[in-house]
Design a protein around this ligand. Structure first.
Ligand SMILES: Cc1cc2nc3c(=O)[nH]c(=O)nc-3n(C[C@H](O)[C@H](O)[C@H](O)COP(=O)(O)OP(=O)(O)OC[C@H]3O[C@@H](n4cnc5c(N)ncnc54)[C@H](O)[C@@H]3O)c2cc1C
Ligand SMILES: *[C@@H]1O[C@H](CO)[C@@H](O)[C@H](O)[C@H]1NC(C)=O
Ligand SMILES: *[C@@H]1O[C@H](CO)[C@@H](O)[C@H](O)[C@H]1NC(C)=O
Ligand SMILES: *[C@@H]1O[C@H](CO)[C@@H](O)[C@H](O)[C@H]1NC(C)=O
Ligand SMILES: *[C@@H]1O[C@H](CO)[C@@H](O)[C@H](O)[C@H]1NC(C)=O
Ligand SMILES: *[C@@H]1O[C@H](CO)[C@@H](O)[C@H](O)[C@H]1NC(C)=O
Length: 480
């Protein structure tokens, strides 16, 4: 029996793991680079000829739609290793990129073509919690899970996303939106300080001593300012148990459901955040309330009366368990394409909902639609207070196509362009990065883009950290 179980587990692992056909040719100056890294790096370095380790490293990348073959994966054990990797790479003219959790939707943590030098931060995985100052210091090799787990023990929370395997590096620095956002804001709003290794190899231990760099990291820290090795975060005391709700609806109720969200969403209690997910003809409205179930029911009374869910269920548990419950069994791999939209405070119009649902019905690949209610605490900040510009919206809308064919990718692209022009705001979320998005500089960073370019020029003047959608040092684009 045990051995059968073991075989089943092994099979699951095999299904979850890809084996790649590696390119036979070497990267330019590869031998010199290897010599430099072998001489100076204390941590592990995996090259293509370490087939199993290199293959395992490729498998970390969540979106298997795009895979590039880096020259090497370096796993620094400290900032000195990061400095030395940058020095070896810069000297031999190798493009360098950081990887935290590998969840970039365009696989940018492998660069934007073969032969990048990847600094995989996985070994920088310390988590230090200080309840007195209500802060946590985390290495950027962590995923959200160890952070949530560590602070939950003290009845503290951090306002990040729900998927526990997402890396803190990309996620927190590019925004970070979850089910306690309306109370505590975006994850990037809670970055207090950071340690970063710059393009010239200098370590900045306290980014807050460079206020403009701190400003940039809070929303664009994953867009090419340096390799961030740790983040100091504000954490928040929360009740010992919180309430979670899950309502279901029929597909034909979607127009009325969205109109109820438009009507009531903005004024709901800030301790309450929910998201509406539409997938495979099922409609769920799931949310968290920082307080007991009976209070949650009170706050949702009007919402339920008007939207008429087919079923309602509630649980009360500690926040950590509730997040695990909501995220379900998140798998390792996927093959997806994402489109992102912010919707103004009046909400998506009936016509917009209709246009969207018609598209979903005729779309030839699997697609998920997700409305995340925002407002509340995320609007405490002015648009230019941090690099994260998107404020004053009612919800964020995400479309996620699974294993899209070329035809589906084109269809999704065309639809999204029209939909954004006709029915949504101009802006999109940089953490759902999309290589095909036109004028992404202004959609991701708005009027903050110009200042981001200035700061980039100062801290990475030779554009060492560059890929298709990093902040450039030199541009004619202006977003005013
Ligand atoms: C399954 C899934 C669920 C998600 N759920 C949510 C959600 O609930 N809420 C939400 O807001 N978003 C969510 N996202 C989006 C997610 O926030 C982004 O994909 C995020 O950028 C991933 O971060 P990462 O560190 O895992 O990715 P990586 O691929 O490792 O990195 C992303 C980018 O950041 C850069 N980077 C990473 N670490 C560093 C560093 N230390 N220093 C400098 N640059 C760095 C990388 O070079 C890369 O360009 C989800 C994505 C997936 C795939
Ligand atoms: C809202 O959440 C905060 C922070 O967790 C908590 O202190 C407060 O009691 C909650 N308020 C209500 C009305 O439940
Ligand atoms: C991938 O899946 C394996 C088991 O199948 C699990 O142990 C591991 O934590 C998962 N990793 C990620 C990043 O999801
Ligand atoms: C941010 O915008 C406000 C006006 O809305 C302006 O007064 C302030 O100078 C701006 N700050 C920066 C850093 O640009
Ligand atoms: C590296 O760049 C930073 C930011 O411009 C600068 O402050 C620092 O002096 C530079 N270090 C060296 C060694 O040039
Ligand atoms: C991204 O960059 C690569 C080169 O690094 C280039 O070949 C490719 O065309 C770029 N893609 C886009 C969409 O700009």
């Amino acid at each position: 029996m045990i051995s059968y179980l073991y075989i089943i587990i092994l099979l699951i692992e095999v299904i979850n793991t890809s084996t790649y056909l590696l390119p036979a040719s070497k990267c330019p100056r590869e031998d010199s680079l290897r010599k430099c890294l072998d001489q100076h790096i204390k941590g592990t370095v995996n090259y293509r000829d370490d087939f199993f380790s290199y293959n395992t490293d490729l498998n970390v990348e969540y979106n298997q739609r795009i895979i590039y073959f880096p020259v090497a994966f370096v796993r620094p054990i400290d900032v000195i290793d990061v400095q030395n990797t940058i020095k070896c790479g810069a000297k031999l003219n190798y493009p360098i990129v950081a990887r935290s959790g590998g969840h970039s939707s365009e696989s940018y943590s492998l660069g934007d073509r073969d032969c990048y030098l990847v600094i995989d931060l996985i070994t920088l995985n310390e988590v230090t919690v200080d309840i007195t100052s209500q802060t946590a210091i985390i290495g950027t090799g962590n995923t959200l899970n160890p952070l949530y787990y560590a602070i939950n023990q003290y009845e503290f929370a951090f306002p990040g996303g729900l998927c526990p395997h997402v890396g803190v590096g990309g996620h927190i620095m590019g925004g970070g939106m979850g089910l306690i956002a309306r109370r505590f804001g975006y994850a990037s709003d809670s970055i207090l300080d950071a340690q970063i290794v710059l393009a010239n190899g200098t370590v900045v231990n306290n980014v807050k001593e460079h206020p403009e760099l701190l400003w940039a990291i809070r929303g664009a820290g994953n867009a090419g300012y340096g390799i961030v090795t740790s983040l100091t975060l504000r954490i928040y005391p929360i009740p010992k148990t919180v309430a979670y709700h899950s309502f279901t609806y029929d597909m034909n109720q979607i127009p009325s459901l969205i109109s109820v969200i438009n009507q009531l969403g903005y004024n709901l209690h800030q301790n309450l955040t929910f998201a509406t997910a539409i997938f495979e003809s099922q409609v769920h409205v799931n949310g968290i309330y920082l307080g007991p179930v009976d209070e949650l029911q009170l706050h949702m009374q009007e919402f339920i009366k008007l939207s008429k869910p087919k079923s309602v269920s509630y649980i009360e548990d500690d926040l950590y368990n509730v997040i695990l419950y909501d995220s379900g069994s998140a798998s390792n791999h996927s093959d997806f394409k994402i489109k992102s939209f912010y919707i103004d405070s009046t909400g998506l119009s009936d016509e917009g909902v209709n246009y969207l649902m018609k598209f979903v019905e005729r779309f030839k690949c699997k697609i998920g639609v997700d409305f995340s209610l925002i407002g509340g605490g995320v609007d405490k900040f002015r648009r230019n207070e941090t690099a994260y510009v998107h404020r004053g919206f009612l919800y964020h809308l995400k479309l996620k196509a699974f294993t899209p064919t070329e035809e589906c990718l084109q269809d999704l692209g065309m639809f999204s362009q029209n939909f954004q022009r006709k029915y949504t705001s101009y802006e999109s979320y940089q953490n759902h990065i999309d290589r095909q998005l036109d004028n992404w500089q202004c959609r991701y960073y708005g009027e903050n883009f110009g200042r981001l370019v200035e700061i980039k020029r100062k801290y990475d003047p030779y554009n060492l950290f560059r890929w298709n959608q990093s902040i450039s040092t030199n541009t004619r684009i202006s977003c005013y």
